[in-house]
Design a protein around this ligand. Sequence first.
Ligand SMILES: [Fe+2]
Length: 358
Amino acid sequence: MPDMLISPVENNPSKVQLERLSHVYFEHPDLEYFTKFAIDFGFVEAARKGDTVYFRGYGISPYCYVASRSKDGKSKFLGAAFVAQTQEEFDKAAKIEGAEIKDLKDAPGGGKLITFARSDDTFMHVVHGQEERKIEIREPPTAIHESLGPMNTPFEKPREGQYQRFHPGPALVHKLGHFGYVCREFDKEFAFYTGNFNIVPTDILWHPKFENIDVLAFMHLDLGKRYSDHHIFFMQRAPPEVKKTYLHHSSYEVADFDTQLIGHEWLAKKGWKNVWGVGRHILGSQIFDYWEDPSRFKIEHYTDGDIVNSDTPTRKEVAGPISVWGPELPKDFGEDMTAHAFNQTFLKRLWENVSWWK
Ligand SMILES: [Fe+2]
């Protein structure tokens, strides 16, 4: 086997400095059905323009998920947008080969967007000039919390005379946390993302049978001494049988473990399909819960993720188990299920609409 190793990556000021992830673009054949799922998942509808719905979390981004109606009946992931730190960084991105600039005047918060069309119909976006949402209270929203105090532990019990009270509801989403590809042209795409932007690997994993093949990179945005999420983006080297790069999953932050479990029960009660969870990841440490949307994209709730900074060294290790605890990993977890979406959605809708069956 020839070497397929990831070379060391270092951020430097010549690269475009990104601050955070903002939002993702998807197309769904059945937009109404997806909207139903999105509300149960914990998104809030921020705006609707024609055949496009902007969903938001309770974070600063005016929206974190843009869902449009697919015109050809196929579901599509059309990339994620990263926020440029300054106008200067945005202008730097505009000079990269392939940059296409667009005005976001119709979208909540406005701003401008640069799009790069990458291999296998994938896209990367850089956004700047959006008006951020004002966050008045820096506490989790109260959709499912009636009364929430600090956690009592064996030796420290700060919650004195106060009860923890919850009620059923969706796990409200804070923000877009990360996304990742199973990538066919891995080396070329890795070079694009890490060569042009402050995207640097946090953890690199090599193939369990071939130490000279790096198969997965979890990456964060290098903000210097400031801490940022363990990964906002990951790339997995696609095995030879994969003919086209595909989205593995996108992931959204929720408040805490209770929120995840209550949100899990809410989605299950509404009849949506759980993929894997609730469990705890090893790399990134997040408590995870993966679901399948109506187009069969995997979508994750996470909480309690790690944060890293420029003092955190890039780690390399062999690919191994990906959870500390949780249900058994499904065999098809790595696969793209979107090609098999039509029948399932069609039958589910039929079942819901034909009331005499019940
Ligand atoms: Fe994830």
